[in-house]
Design a binder for this molecule. Structure first.
Ligand SMILES: Cc1cc2nc3c(=O)[nH]c(=O)nc-3n(C[C@H](O)[C@H](O)[C@H](O)COP(=O)(O)O)c2cc1C
Ligand code: SF4
Length: 414
């Protein structure tokens, strides 16, 4: 069931060191890269069906095509390693075990969009991973892999790591750019039409770490090697994280299209002794929850997850067992979102706060049935009325827990 596209070198001792990385295939895509035209690289990635692994699942190639052509302004690649969502912890495996794969991916992706400067924005708490990433970047500069001439080719490539300040909202691409520009990390209003991002007024593309780390495989082996994995509509592979009371929690690379229950049992080793599966939050904490019955039917690809009313998100499965109180689960999550709302939009700022306070009241044994109705009303005010999708995502997760596990909420209000 396990596959090795991005995770190929993860188990090799010292895989983060340049010498070991090169001995195990790193940077072999670069020769082929420079034999291709930038547009051909974008076309290959488009045909591969590669989708963004940062949670939204946007098609990568078409996104690169949004970069303006023949524009005199410099283009930028911004790599999103903010990874601050509960349940999501896969990009750090790349920082830890294969930072040279990320650098290789940055060279390939930058070449496709004509960028010579890339920024990697990493969550502030990842100090250890940032140090490891910087060591790899230093090694790459010293070896002439990046710098004025990428591996002897007439192409400059500079990479800078930026350490975030520990705010979840800075993972949202426009808030990330604001933060990178030295401002407060507030999401920007989105334009009506699809266009590139803008960094100091210059065209920019934001992609997740894992997305970028997948590009060398596609460049080197061709799009068909990638579409050989997965399903017709969700081709390829993903790093799926599993946390909670399973026997083998961790990060595993799988092709799209596996049954969730098989992954939990065969890869995760099943539930820890004496525990029974009650629910799964499938793709990081911002996805609607699935009951144990729904988990039996769930298939890990984008379309199948939409069909059962949730999303694949980042592939970070949070496993919940029958000893956990779902009101506690909802309270735990809303505390996080209440704290992390950037506060620009009233429905989000106030809505998260109200739900947090109401759930505290419910858990204190002072809740009423009317309080549960109020939570649902507040959820509705958070949908479609805010600058970014933080608030609608909070609405989805809270509403799904309340509706699917209503009996547990009723029990709390006695
Ligand atoms: C509240 C919020 C937090 C986000 N956090 C992250 C994150 O930590 N990492 C990430 O890659 N994308 C995150 N995203 C998605 C980004 O906005 C963006 O879509 C993504 O980085 C694009 O890269 P991709 O297409 O390669 O996935 C977040 C989005 C929202 C709304
Ligand atoms: S929805 Fe929430 S997090 Fe997003 S911009 Fe509005 S207040 Fe900030």
């Amino acid at each position: 069931m396990l596959v090795k596209v991005v995770s190929k070198n993860f188990d090799i001792p010292n895989s983060h060191k340049l010498e070991v990385a090169k001995a195990n295939g790193r940077y072999t895509s670069i020769e082929k890269l420079f034999s291709m035209k930038p547009d051909d690289v974008t076309e290959e990635v488009t045909k591969s069906g590669l989708r963004g692994k940062g949670g939204g699942g946007a098609a990568c190639g078409p996104k690169w095509k949004l970069m303006p052509k023949d524009d005199p302004r410099p283009a930028y690649l911004i790599v999103n390693g903010d990874e601050s969502e509960p349940g999501t912890f896969k990009d750090r495996q790349i920082f830890q075990y294969d930072p040279h794969l990320l650098i290789e991916g940055i060279i390939c992706s930058s070449y496709a969009i004509n960028a010579h400067d890339a920024y990697i924005y990493v969550r502030g708490e990842y100090k250890w991973f940032i140090d490891r990433l910087n060591e790899a970047i230093d090694e790459a500069y010293e070896a002439g892999i990046i710098g004025p001439k990428v591996m002897g080719h007439d192409y400059r490539m500079d990479i800078t790591v930026h350490r975030g300040g520990g705010a979840y909202i800075c993972g949202e691409k426009s808030a990330l750019i604001e933060s990178l520009e030295g401002k407060r990390g507030h999401p920007r209003l989105k334009p009506h039409q699809k266009e590139s991002e803008w960094f100091f007024g210059n065209p920019a593309t934001v992609n997740n770490v894992e997305t970028i780390a997948t590009v060398p495989f596609i460049v080197e082996n061709g799009y068909e090697a990638y579409t050989a994995y997965g399903t017709e509509k969700s081709p390829g592979t993903m790093l799926f994280a599993m946390s909670g009371p399973v026997k083998n929690p961790g990060v595993y690379e799988l092709a799209f299209g596996n049954k969730m229950i098989d992954v939990i049992n065969q890869i995760g080793g099943g539930m820890q002794d004496g525990k029974k599966l009650k629910a799964v939050i499938p793709g990081g904490s911002s996805c609607p929850i699935l009951t144990a019955q729904e988990v039996e039917k769930a298939v890990l690809d984008y379309e199948s997850m939409w069909d059962i009313g949730s999303t694949l998100g980042t592939g970070g499965m949070m496993i919940i067992d029958d000893s956990m109180n779902m009101v506690d689960v909802a309270k735990n999550l809303i505390e996080f979102y209440h704290h992390e709302s950037c506060g620009q939009c009233t429905p989000c700022r106030e809505g998260c706060g109200w739900i947090d306070k109401i759930l505290a009241k419910v858990l204190a044994g002072e809740g009423t049935k009317k309080d549960l109705d109020t939570i649902l009303e507040v959820c509705d005010t958070m949908n479609g009325k805010t600058i970014c999708v933080f608030a609608p995502a909070v609405k989805d997760i809270i509403k799904s827990i309340l509706i699917k596990f209503e009996d547990e909420f009723i029990k709390e209000i006695k």
